[in-house]
Write a protein that binds this ligand. Structure first.
Ligand SMILES: Nc1ncnc2c1ncn2[C@@H]1O[C@H](COP(=O)(O)OP(=O)(O)OP(=O)(O)O)[C@@H](O)[C@H]1O
Ligand SMILES: [Mg+2]
Length: 272
């Protein structure tokens, strides 16, 4: 099987459902420097895709191009919208893309401060997302915020506290609550456990895994950490120098890597 066959493998979607997201020949350069190049894959409803690779391999560039934070130079990012079916989000209007970012898409940043409003209370951070999609009733918003703090294991008694008074792990869980409260279908995550203590990481990963399963979310998770993809990702893409060098089912790639670089990546982790 070629890498491309593996990328488009239907092994994890026996029902042959319509892809939720189809990325086609996506490329982004920074001047003469390659950010990412010629990336194509499909993501199916409920599927979690992991993206791994060394620092500078283009993981964040790819993620930000897909999420509409960076305009790619070429390529398509086709999302199966609820209202209009498949739409290329690269060419859709900015207001439409922003609306997607508030409703069907979520983005969890590595640093919680990039995804939270640090001067606003925890409840406000969650409620703001609801208000952005039209919620107006204060009691309902507060009730949903309370419920979500509880779901991410933050004591609802902290609802009026600012995230500046939270630990790193709590901030990250608050960022997840803020992102998931509107019931998105696709979550982008860039190193969601980076910079956290190992014990805190494990708890966060468990939480994310539970939420992904319970909500039937699709997710694309960028990480350095092969343990993170082992736990969360159905499929895996290995990037090097802006390209996908290997892709396939997570267990297959990690247990029997085919490309020399994937072999190096897996063996270097095992030696640690
Ligand atoms: N704003 C920018 N301007 C110029 N070059 C950039 C910019 N952002 C990224 N690059 C370059 O593009 C390449 C890919 O970077 P990217 O941040 O996507 O990698 P990454 O895999 O996310 O790395 P890390 O694991 O360190 O976060 C790198 O060579 C990087 O130097
Ligand atoms: Mg990065």
């Amino acid at each position: 099987m070629t890498a491309m066959d593996q990328i488009t493998s239907t092994a994890t979607n026996p029902a042959q459902a319509t892809p939720l997201l189809s990325v086609r020949e996506l490329s982004k350069r920074y001047g003469s420097h390659i950010g990412c190049t010629d990336i194509s894959f499909d993501l199916y409803p409920g599927e979690v895709m992991g993206i791994v690779g060394e620092s500078g391999s283009g993981k964040s560039t790819l993620l930000n191009c897909m999420a509409g934070h960076i305009a790619p130079d070429t390529g398509q990012v086709i999302f199966e919208t609820r209202a209009d079916g498949p739409r290329d989000t690269v060419t859709m209007s900015e207001p439409e893309r922003r609306m997607l970012g508030r409703t069907d898409w979520a983005f969890v940043h590595q640093h919680a401060r990039d995804g939270l409003r640090m001067g606003v209370s925890a409840g406000g951070n969650v409620g703001e997302r609801l208000m952005a999609v039209g919620a107006r009733h204060y009691g309902d918003i507060r009730a949903q915020a309370t419920d979500w703090l509880d779901r991410v294991e933050i004591d609802p008694a902290r609802i009026d506290d600012r995230p500046t008074t939270f630990s790193g792990g709590m901030q990250q869980r608050l960022q997840i609550a803020r992102n998931l409260v509107t019931g998105p279908r696709l979550v982008f995550m860039d190193e969601p456990t980076g910079g956290l203590d190992v014990s805190v990481q494990a708890r966060l990963l468990d939480l994310v895994r539970g939420l992904v399963r319970d909500m039937g979310l699709s997710a694309i998770i960028v990480t350095h950490d092969l343990a993170v993809v082992r736990l969360l990702a159905d499929r895996l893409m290995v990037m090097k120098s802006g390209r996908v060098v290997e892709a396939g089912l997570t267990d297959q790639v990690l247990d029997d890597p085919q490309h020399a670089y994937s072999q190096l990546l897996v063996s270097s982790v095992l030696q640690v």
